[in-house]
Design a binder for this molecule. Structure first.
Ligand SMILES: C[S@@+](CC[C@H](N)C(=O)[O-])C[C@H]1O[C@@H](n2cnc3c(N)ncnc32)[C@H](O)[C@@H]1O
Length: 232
């Protein structure tokens, strides 16, 4: 929990205590929204799948009228909801060994928490009456799903015409989450194209580096592949 809260809400100096990580590689859950959507536009309904502790949902609320944010972890959703209601949430940063620093996650300034609904749910089994969305954001989720195709097959139906789908994945396929039979046969990008085209149009492919701080001297440095899709 602490690691996720730091990844989502840490300040630059908290995320990068020794200053050797590029600023542009920090704040991933903010960047997946702001770098992949036209933030000068406004959108009606947004869906954030695998929202974890909620940072991207708060970002979406700045320019979407309504944000539904779903994660199958009750504890993540409870923390996101506590932050939404109270505007701040205490957590700890692990520096080393038994040493922890107390800090606070804060709701981002431009966000509109009232527009967000955090909900426990399974991205592979979304309810039939969930409706359609103008923005769908699924950051680093698909390679955590036991049967990712169940979600990929739903995407074209979940998106409104003119809508935007943002998928990021570090393509870290692991048996503990997804049995190898359900991994892409070739590249994740080709598999996404086969799954989503022609219903959705691939607008952009890019690399998005991100860093997760485990403790002050241990970092997970990864490179997510972002694909942006639209429905004409
Ligand atoms: C690697 S994290 C990414 C979290 C967040 N989107 C981000 O970019 O930091 C994957 C998230 O997906 C959630 N998750 C895993 N399986 C899920 C499922 N079947 N339905 C909904 N959420 C799921 C996990 O609880 C976790 O919060």
């Amino acid at each position: 929990m602490n690691e996720y809260l730091l990844f989502h809400y840490g300040t630059s100096s908290e995320l990068n205590p020794f200053g050797f990580i590029k600023e542009s590689h920090l704040h991933f859950p903010e960047r997946t929204v702001r770098e992949n959507l036209d933030v000068d536009k406004s959108f009606k309904r947004a869906l954030d799948l695998g929202c974890s502790v909620g940072r991207s949902a708060f970002e979406l609320s700045s320019f979407c009228e309504d944000v539904l944010a779903i994660d199958n972890s009750r504890i993540f959703i409870e923390n996101a909801e506590t932050l939404r209601r109270n505007s701040t949430l205490k957590y700890h940063i692990h520096t080393e060994g038994n040493e922890l620093i107390e800090t606070f996650a804060k709701v981002p300034k431009s966000s509109e928490p009232k527009k967000i609904r955090f909900q426990v749910g399974d991205a592979m089994n979304l309810s039939d009456d969930i409706g359609q969305f103008d923005v769908i954001h699924a950051a680093n989720l698909i390679c955590r799903l036991p049967e990712p195709k169940k979600l990929l097959n739903r995407f074209p139906h979940l998106l409104n015409p003119g809508g935007v789908l943002i998928i990021t994945t570090p393509c870290t396929w692991l048996g503990e989450f997804t049995k190898p039979d359900y991994w892409p046969e070739g590249s994740t990008l080709d598999w996404l194209k086969d799954s989503l085209s022609p219903e959705l149009l691939l607008k952009e492919v890019k690399n998005m580096p991100f860093v997760i701080l485990e403790h002050h001297r241990k970092y997970q440095y990864s490179l997510a592949q972002a694909t942006i899709w639209s429905k004409e």
